[in-house]
Design a protein around this ligand. Structure first.
Ligand code: FAD
Length: 406
């Protein structure tokens, strides 16, 4: 293990999810000493798939992990073979390949553990401390600190900055802005799974809409396909067999949907209520403490941008802190650069969810007529507005990845 020089500025990152790990990689890359405090007892080893649009892929490149992530990912054209109704009737054709090429738009599809692992591998040994729950953070004026609870007792981790990447239910956000309403249920739930033993390599992926329902599928490479199924449900509703519930709701939809559900190992269907932060925090920064990822802008999954935005946060934060010795001023700049964009994308994601998951008869007819009339170019322009984003450059050499010669 390399000895870490102690004179370097020290960032304490709360949360070892995609956002926290990416922020730590960015800061490590720009010369900071980093400590990631994660309450889970071990690094994440399970989970379904995730898709990352070009904006996020560029961030991964800036962080130096783009090649490692792409090596474990399949590439898909956004929208895949197009949009269908549950009968199979086509609502929209596939995206125009020339447009996608001109904007460099693509989706990288991989498993969540693969993404976590690529980010973890780019951190120095010992930077990630699992089994460490942060109970409080303190802005000390000349530094910041996190109070941690571990199986061995309580201790305080001091740094120059604390990055709160502690997810949708962020405790730190609640401490900084106690009057902010907590996250709310968006009205829908998502089931996710990975079908195995199918010809994933030839599956183009695509999206299908029903009445208050959606089924999306994405190739994962080899013989695997990641799928997700969305429905309007009351918060907290659970079924004894979620796999059977997905089959009941989607098993009569067009091919290959029933086959994908059947090819998913029993007991490996995940179900989550989708929550969002309906009222954003007044700032993503307070003194030496910054909010990042879902802690700052938990959004619905309807645009598939939650993690992408966390990755954008990570690169912008690392660039802001690299360019200014004054931590509060750098965090204020991070807030200024990130809040408008992430807020607008969260709002667009909410509107998309309401539009596509409507159950109201007339709105359903209007929805279908609108999608039918919208040209692929028109819908792709919206996509380009999100995917065209360019991350700032980070100073310093790309990190040496573990397992590679230093
Ligand atoms: C169904 C679904 C599908 C999605 N699909 C996509 C997609 O395809 N593409 C996309 O870009 N986004 C997608 N998202 C969104 C994406 O999953 C999230 O935006 C992303 O994971 C947020 O990462 P994060 O690091 O901010 O938060 P999290 O992943 O929630 O990580 C927070 C971490 O902090 C830890 N933690 C919490 N509290 C403490 C504490 N007090 N002390 C220490 N550690 C703590 C937690 O254990 C956790 O590891 C989807 C979301 C859902 C629900």
């Amino acid at each position: 293990m390399r000895a870490e020089p102690t004179s370097r500025r020290h960032a304490v990152v709360v949360g070892g999810g995609i956002g926290g790990l990416a922020a730590a990689v960015g800061l490590h890359r720009t010369g900071w000493r980093v400590t990631v405090l994660e309450r889970a007892p071990a690094p994440r080893e399970s989970g379904a798939g995730i898709s990352l649009l070009t904006n996020a892929q560029r961030c991964l490149d800036r962080l130096g992990v783009g090649p490692a992530v792409r090596a474990g990912a399949a590439t898909m054209a956004p929208g895949g073979e197009g949009l269908r109704l549950s009968s199979g009737r086509r609502l929209q054709p596939p995206a125009d390949p020339a447009f996608l090429r001109a904007h460099g738009l693509s989706l990288a599809v991989l498993t969540r553990p693969a993404l976590h692992s690529a980010l973890r591998e780019a951190l120095p040994d010992g930077a990630l401390r699992t089994g460490t729950e942060v109970t409080r953070v303190l802005d000390l004026g000349d530094g910041a600190a996190a109070v941690c609870r571990t199986p061995g007792g309580e201790h305080v981790e001091r740094g120059d900055v604390v990055i709160a990447a502690d997810g949708t239910h962020s405790r730190i956000r609640a401490v900084l802005w106690p009057h902010l309403p907590p996250p709310v249920h968006s009205g829908h739930s998502v089931w996710r799974g990975i079908a195995e033993g199918v010809d994933g390599a030839t599956e183009p992926g695509g999206s299908t809409w029903g009445r208050g329902l959606e089924f999306g599928r994405m190739p994962l490479g080899a013989d695997r396909v990641y799928w997700f199924a969305v429905a309007n449900t009351p918060e907290g509703l659970r079924h004894p067999d979620e796999h059977a519930e997905v089959r009941r709701r989607f098993g009569h939809w067009h091919d290959p949907i029933p086959a994908l559900i059947d090819a998913t190992p029993a007991g490996r269907v995940l179900r989550h209520d989708v929550l969002e932060l309906a009222v954003p925090p007044p700032s993503y920064a307070s003194g030496r403490i910054a909010l990042l990822g879902d802690a700052a802008h938990a959004m619905t999954s309807d645009l598939g941008q939650g993690a992408c935005q966390a990755l954008e946060d990570a690169v912008v934060l690392a660039a802001a802190l690299a360019g200014d010795e004054d931590v509060p001023r750098a965090l204020a700049r991070y807030d200024e650069q990130r809040r408008p964009r992430a807020g607008a994308i969260a709002e667009a994601s909410r509107r998309m969810g309401e539009f596509k998951l409507t159950e109201h008869r007339w709105r359903l007819l209007r929805r279908n007529a609108r999608m039918w009339r919208t040209t692929p170019r028109e819908s792709q322009r919206g996509l380009a507005g999100v995917g065209d984003w360019q991350p700032p450059a980070l100073p310093g050499p790309a990190p040496t990845l573990r397992g590679e010669p230093r």
